[in-house]
Design a protein around this ligand. Sequence first.
Ligand code: 26W
Length: 820
Amino acid sequence: MTTRGQTQQFDKALFKASVEKHLVTTYAKTPETADSRSWYLAVGKALAEISTGSLLETEKQIAEQNVRSVNYLSLEFLIGRLTGNNLISMGLYEEVSAAVEELGLNLTDLLEEERDPALGNGGLGRLAACFMDSLAAQEYPAVGYGLHYEYGLFSQSFEGGHQVEVPDAWRGIEGYPWEVVRPELGQTVGLFGSVETYTDKAGTSCRRWVPAMTVEGVAWDLPIVGYDNKSVYPLRLWECRSPAPFNLARFNDGDYVGAQYGQLEAGNVTKVLYPNDNHDQGKTLRLMQQYFHCACSVADILRRHFAAGNKIEDLAKLESIQLNDTHPTIAIPELMRILIDEHKLGWDAAWAISSKVFAYTNHTLLPEALERWSESLIADMLPRHMEIIFEINHRFMTLVEEKWPGNNEIKRKLSIIEEGQQRMVRMANLCVVSTYAVNGVAALHSELVKRDLFPEFNELFPGRLHNVTNGVTPRRWLKFCNPGLTELVNEKIGTEWPAKLEQLSGLAKFAEDKKFQKRYLAVKKDNKQRFADWVQDNMGIELDTNAIFDVQIKRLHEYKRQHLNLLHILSLYHRLLNEPTFDMHPRVFIFAAKAAPGYALAKDIIFAINKVADKVNNDPRLGGKLKVVFVPDYRVSLAEIIIPAADVSEQISTAGLEASGTGNMKLALNGALTIGTMDGANVEIREEVGDENIFIFGLLVDEVLKQKEEGHDPYRYYHADSLLRASLDLLNTDEFTPGNPGQLSAIRQNLLDGGDPYLVLADFADYVKAHEKIDAEYRDQATWARKTILNTALVGKFSSDRSIRDYVNNIWKLKAVSVK
Ligand code: 26W
């Protein structure tokens, strides 16, 4: 792998000595007794020593220059393994590879020892990780703030085809070599208690929060290494501890044991990442996580602000706080509380600052994912914050009254407080009212945010709603994960593209070049072989790399429609067995997905796919034309093997429901052709690659809305389409669950009698047609080669570097700081 100019001083002998030193002193192993894992840990520690030095130096230089920075607040950062990626960013991949070889080790094997830090669920968490990478690569001053979960997203295995969840102790017993604890940055966070009125020295009557208990926030920094520069930014993760085992209120009442019990519970705050994606559960401990995260982060931002010698009045000039979805919304009343109660600003002065500090990104329109917290829960845990939210809403309602006098309907709709049996706080409304910028994550999504989610807000606050189309980091998602293609691209257009992805367009002129086509396809074949070997070793399934590798990898959710993919597979199975003239190019359908542990239908879909896989993979009647592989435990490091091996990328959500998608971008970049609906960023991918180089099918957003309004009738499709009927009916037999008919019928039931809420049946026929087109075009390898090359060439727009520049120019207004 060719690396860019190495950005760190590197002395091979010194490095080897450092690895051996860590092996002995940090991990208590001798070179003779050390196993591969100990060596990986020692190498990681030796590298972290370098990056930690750069992190401190970057912090120092940015503080000295006292420039504006962004604080990215997110409950999730799905960073993936750091060692390989950081080596690339440091420009040390080859050097370290050579150094460890002299120690008798193989770098590729060592990298496989690292467990993925899975501190996120899916799209939102992975986006946060790409954004940190792009901030550091372009040297826009930034700190990422998240939580130091003891357990990340569960790891998944299958038992008899059913998903089984196992806790993910990502740090292992030895700890994670890349993280460093920063005791001097600790914070104390209050919880529960009451609000009291008191008179200050000037004789003014004031309010203040008297928490019933406190917990401690410990900061752990992970290094975000800037690509090809000297900047290293902190990803600061807060761990909750309760060192002083006293609940102040109850201790004073003499309830010593009860007091300790309360503290023990609070010690659980950062135990585990909530495994729900796009579904709000409203659990008390989750609110505690959110507040703990926000309180520590806001306090740390203010600490930095004052340490650099600034006044509170200048906060909005120097700091922007980006809220990654509504999960960190409670940071808004927290900052207001500090400004008013601790810095003694009046409401208007505090609001003038706060409302220019915060910006909010919306990542989903699904109603069940929009967070609402019960007012009584907030009032109990955070009584002063609830008062402040009421005051924000009161003033906002005055504004609404001025704009639409006497219109109570609009007030009810826009209010931050939702009336009802149990009053609820609508976090998205609080965000739109209290921030200076709100953005969606793809052009279509942002239009829908304006048109359907917040139309009146757009009238009230013109100019506040923006679009920033998502992106992915080309360092991890091409240079690191696809060394074969990287080499080929380097040869044709030079080596600057990982920092300037638009340059990939220079490949377009080779799309018809026979020699280049051959080499590009050979790289793809190698990548398919690498994945096939993995499947053989880990799952015992043999794959033919001449088959089309058709990939759907993402969280399991009805709106993403893995069951539409399944129905198509069943239709192929049916045709292969029943249509004598039917022929198809061999296909491997590859799935990887975790279902939220409480999401029954999602788990049913996993089970069904596994059962169908068992059958078709071993059915000689199919002549090896059809294979189905459900790869367990989807995670970043698996995506890094699957994506370079993909021929076809499944992006088949019901139109209007996938905000953007980012897997779609990674797959297109690595030369997979998309089969997709006009949803999320698919729309923009089509714009870039051209209609001939993508397979678009299905209802458009407005057709979906119309069909839902008019009443979607699943049985109409069932009766009218014999292929659909045959495919659905297979789910009612024991074809895939011998002796146990009906084990898969919940899916059929949901689609036919459950009303088919995501319009699977409405899109089925068009989906089948699009797949037939794929089949035909794949058989013509020259055509396919041209299309796959053009996909790589024409998706430069989807670099997260571009997304970050959009945020910087339109929202954050930052200037880059080049660290010397
Ligand atoms: C409160 C439960 C919960 C948890 C996570 C609600 C919502 C979420 C996330 C916002 C869901 C999510 O990850 N959304 C995805 O964000 C990606 C990055 O912008 C988009 O590419 C995906 O389309 C969107 O589904």
